[in-house]
Design a protein. Structure first.
Length: 244
């Protein structure tokens, strides 16, 4: 088994973990379909892949819109004839203490981190059933494994996806693989999605001190994909050695 020629759609593919995963999988011969809201970022990732001799297409995608996920999956099927893997990676983390009552941020995390993943599943599942093959990979977080102050709602969204992933795995049957990947502190622009300035600064400092490259997550995702089709890697946790 290998990644060569697999058609892999990735949400949130314009930066951080999504971009690193797109570049890594493309370097292994995967055909990549990139989605995120900022078209300029996914276009530049696609160009980087193509310049290196790989294959990639992109479409501006907001995961809070169900039709956008349907269009992204459709792009894979129309351009490459199939979809082998969907990586539900798009996510935001405008974290804060409950007392701050940043209810709009809670809503946004629920919309992107939970509903966005569900819309991805809804778009890809019929294609995977028709093909009698497919792989859904959901990016969750170690924030859901060790709960800390300020991360309550964010962790809850990630653990909701953990639950969804396990339930989907149980319903999947022998032709669908389902994987969750839990990154720890990764050096990306993730803190940019934070709206509480003090929290944002603290996370940025922590990320600078111990954050590891998003390439580590890309390698973990590649490991799950490159297993034989009867091997389902259920869960991968990758965190900095220095993370407590
Ligand atoms: N960095 C960490 O320490 C860490 C740790 C654990 C888990 N994670 C998870 O890893 C995933 C990737 O995060 P990252 O660290 O790579 O951060 P990032 O660099 O900020 O990437 C997040 C990506 O999601 C996209 N996105 C945000 N809202 C979206 C929406 N509504 N529709 C489509 N795309 C959207 C962003 O692009 P646009 O703004 O252009 O849409 C961006 O490409 C997230 O699910 C995050 O929760 C990160």
């Amino acid at each position: 088994m290998s990644i060569k020629d697999k058609v892999i759609a990735i949400t949130g593919a314009g930066s951080g973990i999504g971009r690193a995963t797109a570049l890594h999988l493309a370097s292994l011969g995967g055909r990549i379909v990139l989605g995120a809201r900022r078209e300029v970022q996914i276009a530049s990732a696609a160009e980087e892949i193509q310049t290196a001799g790989g294959q990639a297409v992109y479409r501006s995608t907001d995961v809070t819109r169900r039709t956008d996920l349907e269009t992204l999956v459709q792009l894979a099927c129309e351009h490459y004839g199939r979809l082998d893997v969907l990586v539900n990676n798009a996510g935001i983390g405008p974290i804060s203490q409950f007392d701050a009552l940043r209810v709009d941020d809670w809503d946004a995390m629920i919309d992107v981190n939970i509903k966005g993943v569900l819309y991805g599943i809804a778009a890809a599942l019929p294609v995977f059933r028709r093909q009698e093959a497919g792989h859904i990979i959901n990016v969750v977080s170690t924030a859901g494994l060790k709960i800390v102050p300020t991360m309550g709602v964010y962790a809850a969204t990630k653990n909701a996806v953990r639950t969804i992933t396990e339930a989907l795995r149980q319903e999947a049957g022998p032709t669908l693989r389902v994987t969750e990947v839990s990154p720890g502190m990764i050096a990306t622009s993730f803190a940019d999605s934070m709206t509480d300035e003090a929290v944002k600064l603290a996370i940025q400092e922590r990320s600078k001190a111990i954050g590891i490259s998003p390439d580590a997550i890309a390698r973990g995702i590649a490991f799950a994909i490159e297993q034989p089709s009867d091997v389902d890697v259920g869960s991968i946790v990758i965190r900095p050695t220095a993370q407590d």
